[in-house]
Design a protein around this ligand. Structure first.
Ligand code: TUI
Length: 316
């Protein structure tokens, strides 16, 4: 049984968090993950407050176990979503894609555990000073909005820089990745891409199929001209986006071109004109399975991975 201080902090059985992916991590997936003993996290993205409240209530109807909600800090509704978290007694909030300085005090004041997602040592230090309870350190292997350091060097450097527990994210998709992250000093992992390909995930079947068909080099990043690179599976959309950036389109044009594309892929199922955000681990994901089975398999693989490594220790 692998248990860490993240399990105690969050009241979960397994040191696994499911990434709070916008338009993808909805109440059905979140409840299934939490019910199975990991931490399901709702992706609020830039969805309107009514939608987010419905998601929170939907999770509470389905499970009594702890769950979380991710606030994307670029959302125009950040203040309303913070209020919803407080009113609905959401136990855990993760934040992403910006500095959480404005949201940490009200959330902590309401007794909510706050876990910012960061992509660098500097930001990890800053959010610890702001009062973060734990930190997700996310390497650029991840899908979606990313920083510029890969997971392998990021995790031990963040672990050495802060006292709060660190959760590793980016490029982790099975029990081997979990054990590698623990070896680097993390106390748990967050997985996004792997959880998209679960039965309970409400992302469109085309989105899941695209991930299941993908290989190790199927993703690319775009949006560098905006200073916000995003990793997604290569398709017509990413091709056109790259062309737009290469030919020096204005920032407004590039933003207008990209707006609404994640929803188009995840909800409408248009995996050519939409943005199929996924991490580099997508090549490892080949099947859609129930969340509980996935979590069980990850923990079984983790036990095997430890065993394998221990057997490499020869007696002197
Ligand atoms: O937030 C994410 N990943 C995301 S958000 C998202 S939604 C989206 N939709 C359409 C277009 C673009 C995005 C998809 N994926 N990950 C957490 C994360 N946050 N990784 C890195 C960061 C980060 C980066 C810069 C956090 C803070 C930061 O700067 C803070 C500062 O002000 O210095």
């Amino acid at each position: 049984m692998i248990q860490t201080e993240i399990c105690d902090l969050l009241g979960i059985e397994y040191p696994i968090l499911q990434g709070g992916m916008a338009w993808v991590a909805t109440k059905e997936l979140v409840a299934a993950v939490s019910e199975a003993g990991a931490l399901g996290i709702i992706g609020a993205g830039n969805a309107p407050p009514d939608f987010v409240r419905d998601q929170v209530r939907g999770v509470k109807e389905r499970t009594n176990r702890p769950y979380g909600l991710n606030i994307a800090l670029f959302s125009p509704y950040v203040d309303e979503i913070v209020r919803i978290c407080i009113e609905e007694h959401v136990p855990v909030v993760t934040t992403g894609a910006g500095s959480p300085s404005a949201v940490i005090p009200p959330l902590k004041g309401a007794g909510i555990k706050v876990i910012p997602v960061v992509g660098s040592v500097a930001l990890a230090r800053r959010v610890e000073r702001m009062g973060a309870d734990a930190i997700v350190a996310e390497g650029m292997e991840s899908g979606g909005h990313i920083g510029d350091v890969t997971t392998m060097p990021l995790i031990p450097q963040v672990v050495d820089a802060v006292k709060v527990p660190v959760i590793a994210a980016g490029g982790i998709g099975d029990g081997r990745g979990l054990i590698a992250a623990l070896a680097l000093g993390a106390k748990g992992v967050q997985m996004g891409t792997r959880f998209i390909c679960t039965t309970e995930c409400t992302a469109h079947a085309n989105y899941k199929e695209r991930i299941c068909r993908a290989g190790d080099r199927s993703t690319m990043t775009s949006g560098h001209s905006l200073g916000h690179p995003v990793r997604a599976i290569r398709n017509q959309m990413t091709q056109q986006f790259a062309e737009l950036e290469r030919t020096g389109a204005s920032e407004a044009e590039v933003i207008a071109f990209g707006t609404g594309r994640l929803r188009l892929a995840a909800v409408e199922g248009d995996t050519e004109q939409g943005t199929v955000m996924a991490g580099q681990i997508c090549g490892l994901v080949n099947s859609v399975v129930p969340a509980a089975q996935l979590i069980h398999d990850i923990m079984a693989q983790a036990e095997q991975a430890i065993q394998r490594v221990c057997e490499m220790r020869l007696p002197h």
